[in-house]
Design a protein around this ligand. Structure first.
Ligand code: 1CP
Length: 350
């Protein structure tokens, strides 16, 4: 079922294969979701957020909602990174206004609670969503699948929810490296299987979100961020050589070039804090860069937004570039600002 790369027809895939496009293709991280009233209406129809992720008909609808409003170049599967810990057997709940809550892993014996064999059957509804989207998408739009990366998933699984500093996960990684390595090994294999199945069902590109990579020191970044991403990228390249991977190791700063050399993804997501000029100069020439508008700038809009967009376009004018935010869109973002951003991109180009 895997589709070949069609660089001639899909701008996003063309850029991921190393071409430059002017204006650049655009999509926005977390482009479906709470800033859209039509999302909130669908969300109100289900009791829990996970039910939305596991009901293909609704997940397809929510994935397509932003594309009906804006001429985006990609649809990103509507799901969440925490479906992987959930499918492995952990309890995961999303509480209104409080974010996710998990029943945390506390000691090595707790790893026995994880059942990798359950992954495929439990995630089948997600694969059905991918397959339905692959059939329904307009011809120029690329279907992006995704997964959380092992480090970020381990953060939630050890902490039991969101955190400002991820102290539990950082402590376990440093103080109990054997326990932590076993957890990361299970997650690495799970992420490979999960992304492999998304591709088999029609995902044309996949993004690996390592949202909390930036809290680790250098050595731990190599071991728990770069090395797992390298293994995931290699396994997917072997199985699906033509399907591009976009890696998003948020916050790793000066380790970005080393990450790219080791992992060799087709695209690299740049976070908000990374200076564009530095990234344009320091990252290997063939790789597509994605980003990195500050979500707060999109929230504020107006002249600030126009200036920031112009600066990003100028910095990446000589490189394959996918326009995106440097992190997920904020729920308070006015829809008019998203419209203004895309109009600006399409009218001015570079
Ligand atoms: O009540 C609701 O509607 C739940 C809000 C919500 C939504 C809309 C959550 C809970 N997840 C999502 C969807 C989601 N999450 C997508 C779908 C695509 C899209 O919206 O366009 C994607 C790609 C994610 C990825 C995700 N979830 C990440 C990685 C990206 C990032 O922003 O860093 C992370 C860290 C999560 C965890 C998560 N899920 C939900 C929340 C509120 C959080 C963050 C919790 C925290 O701050 O720690």
């Amino acid at each position: 079922m895997e589709k070949g790369v069609e660089p001639g027809t899909k701008p996003l895939l063309a850029v991921l294969s190393g071409e430059r496009r002017d204006p650049p293709p655009v999509w926005l991280m977390r482009q479906a979701g709470r800033y859209l009233p039509e999302y909130r209406r669908v969300r109100a129809r289900v009791a829990g957020f996970l039910e939305l992720c596991y009901t293909p008909e609704l997940a397809v609808e929510v994935t397509l909602q932003p594309l009906r409003r804006f001429p985006l170049d990609a649809a990103i599967l509507f799901s969440d990174i925490l479906v992987v810990p959930h499918a492995l057997g952990m309890e995961v709940r999303f509480l209104e206004g409080e974010g996710p809550k998990l029943d945390p892993l506390r000691e090595p014996a707790d790893l026995a609670r994880l059942a990798p064999a359950a992954l495929y059957p439990r995630l089948r509804p997600v694969y059905e969503t991918v397959a339905a989207l692959a059939r329904e998408l307009p011809p120029k739009v690329t279907l992006i699948g995704f997964s959380g990366a092992p480090w970020t998933l381990a953060c939630y699984m050890l902490e039991g929810g969101g955190s400002k500093d991820w102290l539990t996960a950082r402590r376990v990684a440093l103080a109990e490296p054997e326990f932590f390595a076993r957890l990361v090994a299970i997650l690495t294999e799970s992420v490979i299987a999960y992304l492999d199945a998304q591709i088999a069902h029609g995902a044309e590109a996949v993004q690996l979100f390592d949202s909390w990579a930036g809290v680790l020191p250098e050595g731990e970044t190599r071991r728990w961020v770069i090395e797992p991403a390298r293994r995931i990228a290699e396994a997917l390249r072997r199985r699906h050589p033509r399907v591009p991977l976009i890696a998003f190791p948020r916050g790793i700063g000066p380790l970005y070039p080393e990450f790219v050399e080791a992992v060799r993804p087709a695209g690299i997501g740049l976070d908000t804090t990374l200076p564009c000029g530095w990234a344009a100069a320091e990252l290997p020439a063939g790789i597509a860069v994605q980003g990195n508008l500050d979500p707060v700038t999109l929230l504020v809009g107006g002249a600030r937004l126009d200036t920031a967009v112009a600066e990003i376009l100028a910095a990446f004018r000589r490189r394959p570039h996918i326009f995106n935010l440097g992190h997920g869109i904020l729920p308070q973002t006015p829809i008019a600002h998203v419209e203004a951003l895309i109009t600006h991109l399409h009218s001015r180009g570079r």
